[in-house]
Write a new protein. Structure first.
Length: 423
């Protein structure tokens, strides 16, 4: 059996959590491959909304094995909170959750470094979620990091102190007064490490490959979005991991030839949270209207998301670098109030039209729009393709033709049931 990969094609928050929840019954296992508590994946069913940060989005299905892969960075305080909240709701977590020994730990001092770095950047800040993601991945690639498997070592405490001392020197360079915050977080962090004793801490590369060998279906769950990828995103306004399909190979230990479907999720428009260029951004009442109607506020930080029209050149680029085979369009219901919906079909840069993303998308770009007919109808109760308004069908067709790929589902609301399968 091969692995399907599900990931975001824009700047994150495309609705990955919701779509995984819908597709989950088709899989034996859901495996997160990168990112950490910067992610916020929302699932809604039975009138309740759940936001997951580190735990894979299959956790509400008792038959599914949920895997946190080696590519993920874990803050044990946040993980423990997340587990306890789920247990309180009656979800069986410990028996269905597997964690890689090789996943790196986010230390309290990583969070402080994230904060100090952002403060020092001032107006130029990335707009990080301040969860310590960048500093934790820096220590991973710098070969200084601590891994989940290290917690069991007799030398753990000493290795922790040694890394902390390095961080303290860096915090001094930032002239950041870390003392009270560190003291506050450190005790809780040390205590939270105990959760790994209750969890199945394993070699997830063997585990995933054994599942595949046994013909079991695995879905790799991406976090963030392709335009936030460390190599291919709007650098430096990106996250610190490979959010694209390739990240599923390195973040889980699966060979490229093992990848089957790549399911790319995109919103019918665009959003971005944090700083960085956004060619189709609407810094006006229309953007405000989309934000209000779409409830575009961050699932992790609560920050207002910036909103804009669908950017097809960027989406096509994302499909290319990911090898997308299937598309899912979310939040179609949000655009119901528009008679006409502009979509960006190319960029005009210095008087020249192009459909390719330039090296630096923060240069002045004038998006070239084509106006499509709006559907002016409430989509939230529609569950079958035949009931889709003709204008929505045309919107989907337009995107399919532009990208040369099929849209297999259209999502029309946050709930599990608000999903239209397309043929
Ligand atoms: P993720 O990070 O990709 O999982 O996305 P988030 O959970 O951060 O943000 C997506 C938001 O949109 C969540 O509040 C979802 O409940 C919501 N959502 C998902 N799909 C739809 C949809 O089709 N329509 C509407 N109105 N909301 C949706
Ligand atoms: P999900 O998985 C949207 C953004 C931050 C910031 C940049 C770097 O829910 O789609 P970081 O904390 O990673 O150093 O922040 O990336 N960002 C996200 N934006 N959705 C996410 O995750 C994000 N994770 C990080 O806002 O601009
Ligand atoms: Mg999110």
């Amino acid at each position: 059996m091969k692995v399907d990969v599900l990931l975001g094609l824009q700047w994150g928050d495309e609705g990955k959590g919701k779509v995984i929840d819908v597709l989950a019954p088709q899989y034996e296992s859901i495996a997160r491959f990168q990112g950490g508590p910067n992610a916020g994946h929302t699932l809604e069913f039975d009138g309740i909304k759940h936001v997951l940060h580190i735990i894979p989005s299959g956790i509400f299905h008792p038959a599914i094995k949920n895997i946190i892969g080696n590519g993920v960075v874990i803050d044990p305080i946040i993980l423990e909170k997340e587990i306890n909240a789920l247990i309180k709701m009656g979800v069986e977590v410990y028996s269905n959750l597997y964690v890689s020994q090789k996943a790196h730990l986010i230390l309290p001092s990583h969070r402080l470094l994230d904060k100090a770095s952002e403060l020092a950047k001032g107006k130029e800040k990335i707009g990080s979620t301040l969860k310590g993601i960048g500093p934790a991945y820096m220590d991973k690639t710098g070969r200084n990091g601590l891994r989940v498997g290290d917690c069991a070592l007799a030398s753990f405490e000493q290795r922790y102190r040694s890394l902390l001392n390095k961080h303290i020197e860096l915090l001094k360079l930032y002239d950041y007064d870390y003392t009270s915050e560190l003291a506050e977080m450190e005790k809780a962090w040390m205590e939270s490490l105990q959760i790994f004793k209750k969890m199945k801490v394993i070699d997830t590369a063997y585990f995933v490959n054994d599942l595949l060998q046994q013909n079991k279906a695995v879905l790799a769950e991406g976090a963030q979005g392709s335009l936030l990828d460390i190599d291919f995103g709007s650098y430096p306004f990106v996250t610190s991991s490979n959010t694209i399909t390739a990240g599923a190979c390195t973040g889980l230990g699966i060979a490229p030839g093992r990848i089957n479907k790549v399911i790319g999720i995109f919103k019918a428009y665009c959003t971005r949270v944090g700083s960085g260029p956004f060619p189709t951004e609407l810094e006006n009442e229309t953007g405000e209207l989309i934000r209000k109607t779409g409830n575009e506020f961050g699932a992790t930080t609560g920050r207002a998301r910036r909103c804009g029209w669908l950017d097809l050149p960027a989406l096509k680029y994302a499909c290319m670098i990911n090898g997308v085979t299937d598309l899912v369009m979310t939040k179609s219901d949000v655009l119901a109030m528009f008679d006409k919906i502009p979509v960006c079909i190319s960029y005009n840069i210095n008087g020249v039209d192009t459909v390719e993303l330039p090296y630096d998308i923060s240069v002045p770009i004038t998006p070239v729009y084509q106006e499509l007919e709006g559907w002016s109808a409430d989509l939230t109760g529609i569950t079958t393709q035949k009931d889709m308004p003709a204008q929505l069908v045309s919107y989907v067709k337009f995107v399919e033709n532009y990208l040369g790929l099929p849209v297999t589902y259209v999502s029309v609301g946050p709930d599990r049931k608000q999903m239209i399968q397309c043929s």
